[in-house]
Design a protein around this ligand. Structure first.
Ligand SMILES: Nc1ncnc2c1ncn2[C@@H]1O[C@H](COP(=O)(O)OP(=O)(O)OP(=O)(O)O)[C@@H](O)[C@H]1O
Ligand SMILES: [Mg+2]
Length: 258
């Protein structure tokens, strides 16, 4: 079952369309990665999906409900969470206070939810009363993720949660991403490092120059010559999937014929 359906999203800044007709889908319990060269429009796409940028065109559904025209705070209540690439925690607040901030609209079950979320992130649980400002970069990224889970979202969008982290911590963060998915949440992760993306996700989308270039089961995408695709070279017009995830609206996102 799809928890996120973003169809043919076109968006940008001012009049310039950065993202053109991009479609991405995420299923319950699945980790979906989005990769692509710098400036491909990955962050722009997430912002448009979360309602932070006005969409020129396209449709977004969360759990079957159309949220295309809702502002971010209403999209959040509808079951989507978004963790930006930078500045995703309040450094002067404690870990628990950061989690409370993530759920200020939640009327009931705040305490219980904090405990549930801390169970997923043992590092945070151990430091729960400490200030977020003393956390390492990786721990801060985890706190951003944890805060995003406070409203029990159906789908979480993470923009480069491993950027700038040591390889060891990167692995830790990816393990947490998997744990989040195992709670039944769909996770969409933008990742700079293609090898990490394909080895830790179920499905991978490749965006180049603001458009869908390729998508498929991560293990299949891993076999493609991605560096040449990133540079705009060949190989990108083949679908590497069995089509089970593509073909929204009856039309494959990437043409068949490898
Ligand atoms: N606030 C903005 N105003 C105008 N143009 C912007 C803005 N933010 C990004 N852009 C432009 O939009 C394009 C896509 O940027 P975006 O940040 O979405 O790419 P990205 O794929 O996330 O790249 P990266 O891998 O570097 O994070 C770039 O050409 C960028 O210069
Ligand atoms: Mg980005």
């Amino acid at each position: 079952m799809s928890v996120l359906l973003a169809e043919r999203i076109t968006a940008g800044y001012g009049k310039v369309p950065i993202v053109q007709g991009v479609s991405v889908r995420a299923e319950v319990g699945q980790v979906v990665s989005i990769v692509g060269p710098n400036g491909a429009g990955k962050s722009t796409f997430l912002k448009a999906v979360f309602g932070l940028l006005r969409k020129v065109d396209g449709r977004v559904e969360v759990d079957g409900c159309d949220v295309s025209h809702l502002p971010p705070h209403r999209i959040a209540v509808s079951g989507m969470a978004y963790v930006p690439q930078v500045n995703n925690v309040f450094p002067s607040l404690s870990i628990v206070e950061n989690l409370e901030m993530g759920a200020y609209t939640r009327r009931q079950g705040m305490r219980e939810r904090i405990e549930e979320v801390l169970e997923i992130f043992p590092d945070l649980k151990a430091a729960r009363s400490g200030r977020a400002g003393v956390l390492s970069g990786g721990q801060r990224n985890m706190l951003g993720m944890a805060r995003a889970l406070m409203l029990s979202p159906r789908v979480v969008l993470l923009d480069e949660p491993t950027a700038g982290l040591s390889p060891a911590y990167t692995t830790v963060v990816w393990k947490q991403v998997r744990r989040v998915a195992e709670t039944g949440t769909g996770v969409v992760v933008v990742e700079q490092n293609v090898d990490l993306a394909v080895s830790h996700s179920d499905w991978t989308y490749v965006l180049v120059a603001g458009r869908n270039r390729l998508d498929g089961a991560a293990s299949e995408v891993a076999k493609e010559d991605l560096s040449s695709i990133f540079l705009g070279g060949g190989g990108g017009n083949s679908t590497v999937s069995d089509g089970s995830q593509t073909g929204m609206g009856g039309e494959p996102m990437v043409a068949n014929g490898s």
